[in-house]
Design a protein around this ligand. Structure first.
Ligand code: AMP
Ligand code: GLY
Length: 430
């Protein structure tokens, strides 16, 4: 079968890498892709916001299945348009993608269907939002309702910070995303990323992961899209996985079906593991980036078969198997990220890093210039390794990072620290 993958980041390189190994695949295309993806797919020079152009490309290349990586095209309804044109798609419809597209929609759904999450209220004006903030006190969390590229959340440790965040959002600091605001209670616990494939009726739990959102070592500095990740997340014991499926994922699927918006695709639950159990921080309607990079390294079964199962409503009879090894990815970002990253700096040594056993270097924001790989985004590479333990995967990943010659880039040096500390305290069983 001929497949088109939409997107061009590290997540899509990892998806392309896994899809390209499928026995079901004839040709893989990717729009817009990147130089790493170009090694395993034909890059399609089409504008993915132009759905008619995407459909025309599919017809021209006899593409029968489209896999959508990022959220923006899903929220814009690309899955609906492809389905109307008779093309099978992995990814939710526009109305189902509201689980990510509107935080208020998700919070209301949780309230109605008793899905555990932080207490909250929704506001469309600053006055009542500030009254609520004063009543609740700090710490408190202020969230723009709409998509804000991972930057729409202010975790306010003081009342002044919270009130300033309310003003900033209503004054347009988050653009249209902040016209409506959710104010919610601050939760404490360890965070985990949980993924489930969904076919509208059934959910299949995938592996767990943990992400590092802050830009600096020791989880300091501003939030980013994610500076590194590892899988599995030791905090997610089998009991917690089952509780997450029973208390959060399956009720969400049932609720979405009841609302006439069956969810098909991958449901990415950001969880807080609190003293009372797992609670939902937020939903995304796509794979996490860089979580996807570590999941793909650990997936034993054929990715294309699983994604087709989700699209076809066949997950009830399917399972996903994972390698026992841990995987860990270190994001290398261009200096300046998450502010204004420096573009165009030359990166060398990727092949040397890739030659290490158990290592893949996924391209996230790269371009080719005069035959050399150059930085073309904030997060630029996801250097990914496997190992018997997270500690081993971490050692190999940093060995690979050190083989990359890129003075214009930087990375955190402590990705995986929670798991490494746990393994140090209680060495993993062989
Ligand atoms: P989100 O974009 O909703 O995942 O939020 C970004 C980050 O803000 C999360 O990864 C958490 O670290 C933090 N966060 C969001 N909501 C809460 C909450 N209710 N309590 C504590 N931390 C939160
Ligand atoms: N790494 C977090 C995300 O993809 O949203």
């Amino acid at each position: 079968m001929n497949v088109l993958l939409i997107g061009g980041g590290g997540r899509e390189h990892a998806l392309a890498w896994a899809l390209s190994a499928s026995p079901l695949l004839t040709t893989l295309h990717c729009a817009p892709g990147n130089p790493g993806i170009a090694e395993v797919a034909t890059l399609a020079a089409i504008d993915v916001t132009d759905h008619a152009a995407v459909i025309a490309y599919c017809r021209r290349h006899a593409i029968t299945f489209v896999v959508v990586g990022p959220e923006a095209p899903l929220v814009a309804g690309i899955a609906d348009d492809l389905a109307s044109a008779g093309i099978k798609v992995f990814g939710p419809s526009r109305t189902a993608a509201e689980l990510e597209g509107s935080k208020g929609f998700t919070k209301d759904l949780c309230r109605e269907f008793a899905i555990p999450t932080a207490a909250y209220e929704r506001f469309t004006e600053p006055g009542p939002a500030k009254d609520y903030v004063r009543r609740m006190g700090a710490p408190i969390v202020i969230k723009a309702d709409g998509l804000a590229a991972g930057k729409g959340v202010v975790v306010a440790m003081t009342l002044d910070e919270a009130l300033a965040a309310v003003d900033m959002m209503f004054e347009g600091g988050m653009g249209a995303a902040g016209a409506s605001v959710v104010v919610e209670a601050f939760m404490t616990g360890e965070e985990a990323s949980f993924f489930a494939l969904c076919d509208g009726d059934h959910a299949l739990a995938l592996a767990t992961a943990q992400d590092h959102k802050r830009v600096g070592d020791g989880d300091t500095g501003p939030n980013t899209g994610g500076m590194g990740a590892y899988s599995p997340a030791p905090v997610m014991t089998p009991t917690l996985v089952e509780r997450t499926m029973a208390e959060i994922i399956r009720p969400t699927l049932a609720a979405m079906k009841a609302r006439g918006r069956p969810f098909k695709g991958v449901l990415f639950a950001g969880l807080m593991i609190t003293a009372e159990g797992p609670k939902l921080i937020e939903y995304n309607c796509r794979f996490g980036d860089p979580e996807c990079e570590v999941l793909m390294m650990r997936l034993k079964d054929d990715l294309l078969t699983l994604l087709l199962g989700a699209a076809d409503g066949q997950l009830k009879t399917m399972s996903a198997r994972w390698y026992d090894e841990a995987a860990l990815t270190v994001v290398m970002a261009a200096k300046g990220y998450p502010g204004t990253p420096e573009k165009g700096t030359v990166i060398r040594g990727i092949e040397r890093a890739r030659a290490l056993g158990g290592v893949e270097v996924f391209h996230a924001g790269t371009a080719l210039k005069d035959g050399e790989v150059v930085a073309a985004g904030g997060r630029v590479l996801a250097v990914t390794a496997t190992g018997r333990t997270v500690t081993e995967a971490q050692e190999t990943a940093y060995r690979a990072v050190d083989l990359i010659d890129w003075p214009g880039g930087f990375c955190r040096r402590d990705i995986g620290w929670q798991a490494v500390a746990r393994e140090g305290a209680a060495p993993a069983q062989d």
